[in-house]
Design a protein around this ligand. Structure first.
Ligand SMILES: Nc1ncnc2c1ncn2[C@@H]1O[C@H](COP(=O)(O)OP(=O)(O)O)[C@@H](O)[C@H]1O
Ligand SMILES: O=C(CO)[C@@H](O)[C@H](O)COP(=O)(O)O
Length: 463
């Protein structure tokens, strides 16, 4: 049996799957936590990768490995390949003002959407570069190369120290804000605005089936991918499929043959990991909303799910707007959460738990509508990510979305996608791996539940 490994270096942890290259069957797995926070030294990711690999039984018997990672995180390296400062993650909102500056300087959101398919918000790498240039010019001047989490981990696995040897793939490059997935090229004009004319080394963009090199023992290293593109690869999504991921973020994405054309840039024109496009909408508030509400109610996640499911649909009239970490969709980096409609009768732990689940799912419904607005067919909605471990999410999602929801059996689909890519790099053929999914249905919630949520969200929007 030929074995391949897939890595997901995600926001909260590093996960490793060792799979049979022919079938995708998971033979061994391991994981290790990442430190909390939105600013992290990349060495922590390297250490977690080592621990996760060790807990998965090592890579000694694998033919190939690929690394997928959280998108957008800014890693700056000096000319010796040393990290200049802690990486700024996708969920760090300090650069929100820089995003507005960049939009103005290029002539508006539509101009960004046209040139790179992405309009700056605090999450995007270009915005973080601008923040660095304006706020830490010494660090900006010391930056000789800029890369992303998966690029850096791949480079380290190869044992490289030369910044000219950095590589990336189209999916992660397309999340930087200075790479166009439509033209498959870096945009120097945009990069110059973002980084004040500085021109550090950018990773070479490799093709989906390329190898990035080898590591000790001759193990082939695949090109890697952004986490959402890797999830799409792991799920083998095709036309009509839409993936809802409930990790630290909430993400709705689909694979498409052509880039989206959203002049507002809310639906980002990212690339997938096969040479196609990945129209995507992302929120800052995913599964941690459930954990925060459970903590406030003084229960663990299982009891939280039980509480939510013991309340009636509609949470007795409560509407919960889950912008606990600010928000990206809609773009409200300084927003806070909001609970609307409280009365003496509905103010129960059960209703509050249910309102948190419904609010989170309504926020994802909003994203589903945005993706559908780009002409994406939603024939099959698949849900993945840590949040789907919640029984309440699995039960309430079909009710709130008003449709059947396909829930692949519990698994790490980003890491699985990376493993599938590794098999592609090792054999030259993309293997056909089956992913069984459970179909969940439910009694559709009345339109008033979503309408009430939208009214509450509009209150936050209007300030
Ligand atoms: N049973 C559960 N109920 C609710 N949330 C859960 C449950 N199990 C895990 N989670 C949440 O899933 C999240 C981790 O999911 P994951 O997809 O691994 O995130 P990421 O990829 O962003 O690191 C955590 O916020 C955790 O609280
Ligand atoms: O910013 C985005 C996508 O644009 C996020 O999807 C990050 O890639 C982090 O994902 P998770 O850790 O929530 O999976």
């Amino acid at each position: 049996m030929t074995l391949v490994a897939g890595v997901d270096s995600s926001t909260q942890s590093c996960k490793v799957l060792i799979c049979d290259a022919a079938t995708g069957e998971v033979v061994r797995s391991g994981s290790a936590p990442h430190p909390p926070g939105t600013e992290v030294h990349p060495d922590h990711w390297w250490d977690a990768l080592q621990s996760a690999v060790e807990s998965a039984g090592g890579l000694g018997d694998v033919a190939a490995v690929s690394v997928a990672g959280q998108q957008h995180g800014l890693i700056c390296l000096d000319r010796d390949g040393q990290v200049v400062r802690d990486a700024l993650l996708w969920n760090d909102t300090r650069s929100a003002g820089s995003a507005s500056t960049l939009i103005d300087e290029l002539g508006g959101a539509a101009e960004w959407a046209d040139r790179v398919g992405v309009v700056p918000v605090a999450s995007i790498t270009a915005t973080k570069l601008r923040w660095l240039a304006d706020n830490e010019p010494d660090h900006a001047d010391a930056t000789a190369a800029v890369c992303l989490p998966h690029d850096w981990l791949t480079w380290r696995l190869r044992g490289e120290t030369d910044i000219h040897e950095l590589t990336t793939d189209r999916s992660d490059a397309s999340g930087t804000g200075y790479y166009s997935a439509a033209s498959d090229s870096y945009r120097d004009d945009v990069f110059d605005i973002a980084f004040g004319g500085r021109r550090p080394v950018l990773p070479r963009v490799l093709g989906p089936a390329d190898t990035a090199g080898t590591m000790s023992g001759g193990i082939v290293i695949g090109v890697g991918a952004g986490d959402n593109a890797a999830a799409a690869l792991g799920l083998a999504v095709g036309p009509g499929d839409c993936v809802v991921s409930l990790g630290t973020s909430g993400v709705v994405s689909a694979v498409s043959g052509s880039p989206p054309r959203d002049a507002d840039g809310v639906v980002a024109g990212f690339a997938d990991a096969t040479g196609r496009h990945l129209p995507l909408v992302c929120t800052l508030n995913g599964a941690p909303v459930l954990a925060a509400t459970a903590r406030m109610l003084g229960v663990d996640l299982d009891d939280f799910g039980t509480l939510a499911l013991s309340a009636q649909q509609g949470a007795g009239g409560l509407a919960f707007v889950p912008y606990l970490a600010g928000e990206r969709t809609p773009n409200l980096p300084d927003a806070t959460g909001s609970l609307v409609g409280v009365t003496a009768d509905n103010w129960t732990p059960e209703n509050v738990a249910r309102a948190a689940v419904e609010g989170l799912l309504c926020s994802l419904q909003y994203c589903l509508d945005l993706v559908r607005g780009q002409g994406v067919d939603l024939d099959r909605v698949l849900m993945i990510g840590g949040g789907v471990r919640s029984a309440a999410v699995r039960d309430i999602a079909p009710e709130l979305f008003g449709r059947t929801v396909h829930i692949p059996e519990a698994g790490e689909y980003v890491a699985l996608g990376a493993a599938r890519q590794a098999a592609w790099a090792a054999t030259g053929e993309l293997p056909d791996w089956q992913v069984p999914a459970e179909e969940r249905t439910g009694v559709a919630a009345g339109p008033h539940v979503y309408a009430r949520y939208r009214e509450a969200a509009d209150l936050v929007l209007r300030g």
